[in-house]
Design a protein around this ligand. Structure first.
Ligand SMILES: Cc1ncc(COP(=O)(O)O)c(C=O)c1O
Length: 508
């Protein structure tokens, strides 16, 4: 994961930014819209989930759901795969680019079963980084979701003797397109001469440049001389072929021009290696393509695809090499938008130092760890009362941690929510939603794990397309007190060995 984000002092748009009510029909972005004072996300009226008696759409629950509530809108994941593939298809046609583009999902961004399943049914190749990932891929293969034509790109450390390397070797016997991407020359020994053929990638570490750019202190990848050496060793080894150069230098903090410029040293190395390595045909530009986590327009994906193909054509023409098939490993881009986390406002409290506090029935910092760890921002909007006057507020989580606030400490970004009085919340509750929180936040916060201040995991609704334009939905119940206690070791019964009895400490 790359931690290049907008610092909290940089302005961005996270919601409604005025004391005026939101006009009827106002569109915040491609999937969020105001309708009769309520927020619609992906066409669903979210507040209705809490009210009961009226399902937001065919196939969704009409019983009132508990707050807080997590929503995973799985069709959005497949739509993201299709949209990026379309950007590249258009650029390929426009420029007459002579090789294909392949979309891979960087599964570390969200490794939950329903997410990986959705990327695969959307047609994505699969990227992984650790031992347990291998078992996930195996289960997807056995479920028929990861067919033989899909690449399984294995990043991450896989030194000789590691469980990850051993398991990848076994997976290769079950799937023809398992492709280890070597981070270090020593990793080749884990796979070569083991009775199965392998196509390999090598991860390149960009040299430090005069302007300070580059990855000299990165622990990932190999310098150009090392890549050349390892590539030759792979091609000398029977049953092994060097087919892919991995060069992840783009970053979620870059615009399209900077992103493509950062890839140039990798493209140049690809073009030079291409002359000596007949099987080399993929250039993998890794991750770093941002998702839209705020309401700003941000990164232009169409322009990015065109610039990248233009640059690749230019570099390959200069070096006299055939242009590569391009692979992108999209993590945050694929899964940011599908997830929302909804909360009830349970109290309004004066704040001597600024806008009043609206306290919610869950935690901001445990639900979205990047808000306090990196000062990152996500879209935050009310689900109801959009037709009321708004006021500037701060959100506070229910933990007793001073950092459990939004916008994050140090942020200059304003948050406006509808005006409500503490006394009316029982009668007319206010609900708020955080949107585009589907990448990394759940994994960093610990999916279905124990949370800060022993807050239970929220109930989750997994929504997918159903028959006849309706939806199907799985409800994953939130944690009970008993679940939390069990997770933390209370009430365990099976103990091996004699118990140690500690005498009570005497207090004087
Ligand atoms: C090798 C590799 N590929 C892809 C990704 C995904 O990056 P992103 O979520 O920015 O797309 C990462 C993230 O750390 C990575 O290390």
């Amino acid at each position: 994961m790359d931690s290049t984000h907008a610092p909290p002092s940089v302005a961005c748009r996270i919601g409604w930014q005025s004391p005026a009510p939101v006009p009827e029909g106002y569109r915040f972005n491609a999937f969020l819209e105001a309708s009769r004072g309520r927020l619609q996300a992906h066409g669903l009226e979210l507040a209705a989930f809490f009210e009961g008696g009226r399902s937001p759409a065919a196939g969704l629950p009409d019983d009132a759901m508990p707050s807080p509530l997590e929503i995973a809108f799985l069709p959005n994941i497949r739509a993201q795969v299709a949209a990026m593939s379309r950007c590249f298809r258009h650029a390929i046609e426009e420029l007459g680019y002579p090789a294909p583009f392949h979309f891979a999902f960087a599964s570390k961004a969200n490794t939950a079963e329903e997410i990986v399943r959705s990327t695969l049914t959307g047609g994505a190749h699969h990227e992984m980084s650790s031992d347990v990932d291998v078992e996930i891929a195996r289960r997807m293969i056995r479920a028929g979701l990861l067919p033989e034509d899909r690449m399984v790109l294995a990043n991450g450390f896989k030194g000789p003797g590691s469980a990850y390397a051993r398991n990848l070797l076994a997976l290769r016997r079950e799937h023809p397109r398992v492709m280890p991407i070597l981070e270090d020359a020593s990793e080749l020994g884990s796979f070569a001469d083991r009775g199965v053929e392998f196509d390999f990638g090598i991860r390149f570490r960009r040299p430090r440049e005069a302007d300070g750019a580059g990855d000299r202190d990165s622990r990932f990848g190999i310098d150009a001389a090392g890549v050349k050496h390892l590539a030759a060793e792979i091609d000398r080894t029977p049953g092994s072929r060097f087919v892919l150069l991995h060069a992840m230098f783009g970053s979620a903090g870059y615009d399209e021009d900077d992103f493509v410029a950062a890839l140039e040293p990798g493209l140049d190395l690809f073009a030079r290696l291409g002359r000596n390595h007949p099987h080399l045909r993929y250039f993998d530009f890794g991750g770093g393509v941002p998702g839209r986590t705020t309401l700003d327009d941000g990164f232009d994906y169409d322009r990015f695809a065109r610039l990248l193909l233009e640059k690749t054509l230019a570099v390959c023409a200069r070096r006299g090499t055939r242009p590569p098939a391009l692979i992108g490993e999209f993590g945050r881009y694929t899964v940011s938008e599908h997830a929302a986390h909804l909360f009830g406002v349970i109290a309004v409290k004066a704040n001597e130092a600024g806008p009043p506090w609206y306290l919610i029935d869950g935690s901001i910092m445990t639900s979205f760890p990047d808000t306090w760890a990196l000062g990152e921002h996500f879209i935050c909007l009310p689900l109801n009362h959009l037709d009321r006057p708004f006021r500037r507020v701060r959100l506070g989580g229910i933990t007793c941690d001073r950092d459990d606030v939004y916008p994050p400490r140090g942020s200059v970004v304003p948050l406006f929510l509808p005006q409500v009085a503490a006394a009316e919340l029982d009668e007319t509750p206010l609900y708020v939603g955080f949107f585009s929180v589907g990448a990394y936040q759940e994994m960093l916060g610990g999916v279905r794990g124990s949370k800060h201040c022993v807050l239970p995991e929220a109930t989750e609704l997994l929504i997918d397309d159903g028959e006849d334009g309706g939806f199907v939905c799985d409800v994953v119940p939130g944690h009970t007190t008993e679940d939390v206690l069990h997770n933390l070791g209370y009430g365990r019964t099976a103990r091996v060995g004699a118990p140690r009895t500690a005498a009570p400490v005497a207090l004087v």
